[in-house]
Design a protein around this ligand. Structure first.
Ligand SMILES: Cc1cc2nc3c(=O)[nH]c(=O)nc-3n(C[C@H](O)[C@H](O)[C@H](O)COP(=O)(O)OP(=O)(O)OC[C@H]3O[C@@H](n4cnc5c(N)ncnc54)[C@H](O)[C@@H]3O)c2cc1C
Ligand code: FES
Length: 286
């Protein structure tokens, strides 16, 4: 599949301003606070996204919020969103049942430039809810496996009960296509896996080839700060490090200024950025 980097947000057959109706096909509880929603457009058109892009999800009479697309464009019939309930819109989304209709604007923003990763080794480091935006890229790499070199995936969660996508984790652990490791900061009595922050998993990594490795880091700012130090210590150039940034957003299409960091509209230019660019945006890392 040819993946493109869009100069302007694509419309996926709909309008950037008017939500397109989509039906919830299935809902799965991932943790106490996160649910996985599988959606399809009523007219059947595919979402047509790049890994790392997001949509604005709306509930009539309640509101709208940005949510990352967590399924790969290689799995086209439906698309998936992992939604943590934190407030007005997300709490309401958690009350919905399969069959309910929501509004979707998008796909929006710039995702990962997967064509740049073709032929390269890929290391993905995800923390907490950061696994949701990179899951689309993980699925993409696994579906197009022959286009990539070595694939390492490190995931850290605070506690075992916060681990997302447990079925995927079992699949990745057993797969020869990815070298996957997971750790938790605070193990409980049942936990038999590794414990410690996600950077402790770097000890088990093979030597990275700085010229041939692309690194993707998605997680809370504190995790990002320490993971990027590990990666830079392995001489990976800044232009080979991708990250995804979360800012408050309203319009999602560069009109309202809510997401602005320095002179950048995160909704349009991001949410995925190269580390070199992000470093220059001081506000974004604060
Ligand atoms: C590009 C992008 C991708 C995202 N992807 C996901 C995703 O895949 N899954 C997911 O669950 N969430 C994701 N989010 C966060 C999600 O958009 C917010 O949680 C949501 O907007 C909250 O809306 P609400 O109406 O439920 O909460 P509100 O009623 O607006 O607020 C509830 C609480 O959350 C805080 N809050 C609201 N918005 C944000 C925000 N953007 N960042 C931090 N705190 C916030 C408020 O201060 C308040 O304390 C993403 C955000 C962005 C910008
Ligand atoms: S959210 Fe409105 S400009 Fe980015």
């Amino acid at each position: 599949m040819a993946m493109t980097t869009q100069a302007t947000p694509p419309t996926a057959g709909g309008s950037l301003y008017i939500p397109t109706p989509a039906r919830i096909r299935a809902i799965e509880d991932l943790t106490e606070f996160e649910r996985l929603f599988e959606l399809e457009f009523l007219d059947g058109h595919p979402l047509g996204h790049d890994p790392g892009q997001f949509v604005q999800v709306s509930v009539l009479g309640i509101g709208e919020c940005p949510i990352s697309i967590c399924s790969s464009p290689t799995r086209q019939e439906t698309f998936e969103l992992c939604i943590r309930r934190v407030g007005n819109v997300t709490n309401h989304l958690h009350t919905l049942e399969p069959g309910a209709i929501v509004g979707i604007r998008g796909p929006l923003g710039h995702g990962f430039d997967v064509s740049e990763m073709h032929g390269k080794d890929v290391l993905i480091v995800a923390g907490g809810l950061g696994l949701a935006p990179v899951r689309s890229l993980i699925q993409y790499i696994l579906d197009e496996r022959s286009r990539f070199g070595r694939f390492d995936l490190l995931y850290g969660a605070r506690e075992p009960k916060e681990i997302l996508f447990k079925d995927d984790l079992t699949e990745w652990r057993e797969s020869a296509d990815v070298d996957f490791h997971v750790t938790v900061d605070r193990p409980d009595e049942q936990w038999r896996g590794k414990s410690g922050v996600v950077t402790t998993l770097f000890k088990g990594l093979p030597k990275l080839d700085p010229a041939e490795t692309m690194v993707v880091i998605v997680g809370p700012p504190i995790m990002f700060k320490f993971v990027v130090l590990e990666v830079l210590a392995r001489r990976i150039p800044q232009h080979s490090i991708y990250c995804s940034l979360e800012r408050r957003m309203k319009c999602g299409i560069g009109k309202c200024g809510h997401c602005q960091a320095n002179n950048v509209y995160v909704c349009m230019d991001g949410p995925v950025f190269k580390y070199g660019r992000l470093k220059a945006m001081r506000e974004a890392l604060e």
